[in-house]
Design a protein around this ligand. Structure first.
Ligand code: SF4
Length: 291
């Protein structure tokens, strides 16, 4: 039984546009996520709540908030979603994501979907309309599109993904879903975020991952590192170390040395990841940014 809650506000305006995903706003139809990825940053960070709940009045509240923004011509890309999965199983029942997309279409805002689910295919009819109708902010006209769909993948290894992302569709299912969206003419890409230190972040891993994204029709690939938050039982840092101890105990000291007291790997690790992914994207003829 999923908890149903009412919210006072649903549209979050960012202080600054996100450099990677280009969004100025975000909307999260649900609290928590049933895909239960071990590394999920909403468990333990300030960005989310782990308990699953449906924001049942989200479409109605969004209508009011978007009307207000549209009146002032404050157009910007809306990220759907930043701290939940917009197409988890309960969306079949609640259809909040679909109703939210209809509001986004009504007020002609552009949208960036981040998902691991093939349920996004249900909404291709609305997404195609948004793609043609959306009004982009003046400095993002070069994008020329109203819809961006990103598929999140951390590893192409089916067995490893099953352990790390127990409720999510397999990486292959995600890639096949992406291909179908591409065939419908939408702008699509893969977010290899987070790649996992010593498990899916080697040059060889990234080469295969970027080539695979290209083979399945991705227009772009983004690569980002793992973050580990919190010390409570269900926080992602605790869960991730439990996973390592069970399946890869030899990696525990390596992770401890890489993360030290931080929630993220150090700058030199991030710089190496950026350098390798830029080079491999060039090699495979694919963008390492959305636009
Ligand atoms: S699908 Fe996304 S939001 Fe859901 S648990 Fe996984 S990482 Fe978190």
């Amino acid at each position: 039984m999923v908890k149903e809650v009412k919210v006072k506000s649903i549209l979050n305006k960012h202080k600054k546009r996100d450099d990677w995903f280009l969004d100025d706003y975000s909307v999260n139809p649900y609290y928590g996520c049933s895909f239960n990825c071990i590394y999920c940053y909403i468990k333990g960070s300030k960005y989310g709540s782990a308990e699953l709940a449906a924001k049942i009045n989200a479409p109605e509240i969004l209508d009011r908030q978007l009307r207000h923004r549209a009146k002032k011509k404050e157009y910007g890309i809306i990220a759907l979603s930043s701290s939940t999965e917009p197409y988890m199983h309960v969306e079949r029942k609640f259809e909040l994501t679909r109703m939210i997309l209809q509001k986004i279409l009504k007020y002609r805002f552009p949208v960036e979907i981040a998902t691991k689910s093939k349920l996004v295919l249900r909404d291709l009819d609305v997404l195609e309309k948004i793609d043609g109708a959306a009004i982009l902010p003046a400095d993002l006209q070069r994008l020329g599109r109203g819809v961006i769909i990103s598929f999140s993948i951390s590893t192409l290894d089916k067995g490893l993904a099953k352990i790390l992302e127990p409720g999510a569709p397999s990486p292959k299912d995600r890639l096949e879903t992406m291909m179908k969206c591409k065939q419908e003419g939408l702008l699509v890409g893969v977010n290899y975020i987070p790649v996992l230190p010593f498990l899916s972040d080697s040059e060889e891993n990234l080469d295969e991952m970027i080539k695979t994204a290209k083979d399945y029709g991705a227009d772009y690939v983004l690569v980002g590192s793992l973050t580990l938050f919190g010390d409570k039982t269900n926080d992602c840092k605790t869960l991730y170390y439990k996973f390592l101890e069970e399946y890869f105990p030899e990696l525990v000291p390596k992770y401890k040395s890489l993360f030290r007291n931080s929630f993220a790997p150090p700058k030199h690790y991030q710089a190496r990841l950026a350098e390798i992914s830029e080079r491999l994207c060039k090699k495979h003829g694919i963008r390492n940014r959305i636009a």
